[in-house]
Design a protein around this ligand. Structure first.
Ligand code: CMP
Length: 223
């Protein structure tokens, strides 16, 4: 997909007039990262915003013992790296390529220029950051209040919403899901098998399908 097409797709930039979008594309650099490479290191200073043009990345915290917590998985059209640009603090987490990924990189000056000249971009940014805060709040609640089945059910509903329906097309292994819900790969595999046998979800090579949304909502404490 061309850089213009990617930027046009993301809510952050979609409201820009074509000439302004072209200007953003002009100042953005394209960079490729192989699978498993670290794009941003936690605690490094931040000087750029990144948009995923192709591929998938994970936002992670890594403990001293090497254990990973995945805060978020971001796919095509999603952005990261805005936090350090806004508060001048170091990077809040590592960002690692889960697949070979192509990114568009916007320098701090260009991003700040866009925010001040286009209030609609600042508003879209606030909207997305609010969505991420809501998700983080829900995740904290789930970690304390739900068992693993509830946490997996909640995550599956969230991923289905991201895909705009009842099909999860994001490519996630059970190991990754475990790191997203704070559990082990074995427990997540058992939970997924159980959800399939109850008819709550169906799984094939390409996607996970939500079969019984009400049952997943009940398991995740939503009514
Ligand atoms: P920054 O702190 O500059 O670098 C790490 C980036 O990860 C951060 O900006 C955000 O873009 C992203 N990030 C951090 N926490 C979350 C989260 N909970 N959900 C989604 N993205 C996040």
């Amino acid at each position: 997909m061309s850089a213009t097409a990617v930027l046009h797709k993301i809510p952050l930039f979609s409201k820009l007039a074509p000439a302004d979008l072209d200007r953003v594309v002009e100042v953005a650099r394209e960079k490729s990262y192989p699978r498993n490479s670290v794009i941003l290191f936690e605690d490094d200073p931040g000087d750029a915003l990144y948009v995923v043009a192709r591929g998938q990345v994970k936002v992670v915290l890594i403990g001293d013992d090497g254990r990973e917590v995945i805060l978020s998985v971001l796919g095509e059209g999603e952005f990261f790296g805005e936090m350090s640009l806004l508060d001048d603090e170091p990077r809040s987490a590592h960002v690692i390529a889960m697949e070979d990924s192509d990114l568009l990189v916007l320098r701090r000056e260009d991003f700040e220029g866009l925010l001040t000249s286009h209030p609609q971009i600042a508003l879209a940014l606030l909207r997305e950051m609010t969505r991420r805060l809501r998700r983080a709040d829900e995740k904290v609640g789930a970690l304390v209040l739900l068992d693993v089945t509830g946490r997996v059910a909640r995550l599956l509903l969230e991923l289905a919403d991201d895909s705009g329906g009842d099909h999860i097309t994001r490519r996630l292994t059970h190991h990754t899901i475990a790191q997203m819900v704070g559990s082990s790969r074995e427990t997540v595999s058992r939970t997924m098998r159980d959800l399939v046998s109850r008819g709550h979800i169906a799984v094939n090579r390409r996607e996970i399908q939500i079969r019984d949304r009400a049952a997943l909502q009940a398991a995740s404490g939503q009514t």
